[in-house]
Design a protein around this ligand. Structure first.
Ligand code: AHM
Ligand code: MG
Length: 333
């Protein structure tokens, strides 16, 4: 098999489709390199003394794990000096991180959830890194949080790395979705799946059902219909999977279809769901749409939401198109 590296893929993509200018290519390669470093730390686990809690809290009041902090630092350090970025924002940092003055400033904004699936870190279950790339406004000299307030449809690239039995990088630059596997001996990303497509129909769903009693009626109706199986209104039996790492759940859905849901619920009306629009929902929505799937907040297309806050939370419904459309329609009825 002729091996195509991430670099070769990016160069050829630029030549053929003109979608990856040199600065964006550098950005993607730097993020991918940082993910390699994170993957190495994850793989060491206890031997690298990276497991366990850091005994600090992030801006959302969640207890941080050592790997949350380490991964955040790896991504910041890797991306500061290249001249491709104007600023970064992270799920683990309260405010944006402008590029220090000693480095040249580029035209992109990078957002990330450095280590997604934190509850799985200490139990050797797949976790990941999610990232999103926006373009800074022209002529900007001092980036502010306001510069990040762009709808997901403005993303120029999005991707995730999943640290599982294999480490994989899934990437879109707005021209389909491709998957690269890390060759650990060679230290290189190798293209292993081109143009991933999510089947439009599915018989598999993903939701944390311990929250059932808090759900709003459209979600309860939809899940009950799936649970009713062949004898219910949907006329087919469903299977259920919940990994509690969004990257791992989305990765399964990209490969064989399914619907992933993290709805808002009645526990705290001020908290519209758990997942964050800018670091989790938008990048995943871009990937899923690029693979032929759909993503909404239950009412509207995820990528059309105009953000108002960096750490904004949203309900998430994404995956196989026909199922996402069904549950979105239930919210409208
Ligand atoms: P995190 O970014 O702090 O890891 O939180 C996000 C994760 C998602 O990966 C996953 O889908 C969800 O939280 C799991 O939530 P729950 O613990 O309610 O099952
Ligand atoms: Mg996360």
């Amino acid at each position: 098999m002729k091996r195509v590296s991430l670099t070769q893929y990016l160069v050829e993509e630029q030549r053929l489709n003109n979608t990856i200018p040199a600065e964006l290519r550098l950005l993607i390669e730097v993020v991918a390199r940082a993910c390699k470093t994170i993957s190495h730390a994850v793989g060491k686990g206890a031997l690298g003394e990276v497991l366990g809690s850091a005994e600090s809290e992030n801006v959302q009041g969640e207890v941080q794990k050592k790997l949350d902090i380490l991964s955040n630092e790896i991504l910041l350090e890797a991306n500061e000096w290249g001249g491709h970025l104007a600023a970064m924002a992270s799920e683990e940092m309260e405010s944006i991180h402008p590029i220090p003055n000693r480095y040249p400033m580029g035209e992109y904004l990078l957002l990330f959830d450095p280590l997604d699936g934190s509850s799985n870190i200490d139990v050797n279950v797949s976790i990941g890194t999610i990232f999103s790339v926006l373009k800074a406004r022209d002529g900007m000299d001092a980036p502010t949080e306001q510069d990040f307030m762009q709808a997901g449809s403005k993303q120029v690239a999005a991707g995730y790395a999943v640290y599982g039995p294999q480490t994989m990088l899934v990437l879109t630059t707005g021209n389909g979705v491709n998957c690269f596997t890390l060759d650990r001996e060679m230290g290189s990303w190798v293209l292993t799946e081109r143009d991933m497509k999510i089947p439009e129909d599915t018989q598999e769903f993903s939701i944390n059902s311990s929250n059932t009693r808090h759900w709003y009626p459209p979600v309860t109706r939809y899940v009950n219909e799936m649970l009713a199986g062949k004898t219910g209104p949907l006329n087919k039996d469903y299977n259920m999977r919940w990994i509690a790492s969004m990257v791992a759940d989305v990765h399964r859905i990209l490969n064989r279809g399914g619907i992933f849901m993290y709805p808002a619920d009645a526990r705290d009306p001020d908290k519209p769901g758990k997942l964050r629009l800018m670091y989790e929902a938008n990048p995943m929505a871009m990937i899923v749409e690029q693979a032929g799937g759909a993503a909404t907040d239950g009412r509207q297309r995820m990528l059309d939401i105009e953000p108002t806050k960096l750490h904004q939370r949203v309900p998430v419904f994404l995956g196989s198109k026909n199922e996402v459309e069904r549950v979105t329609q239930y919210h409208q009825e």
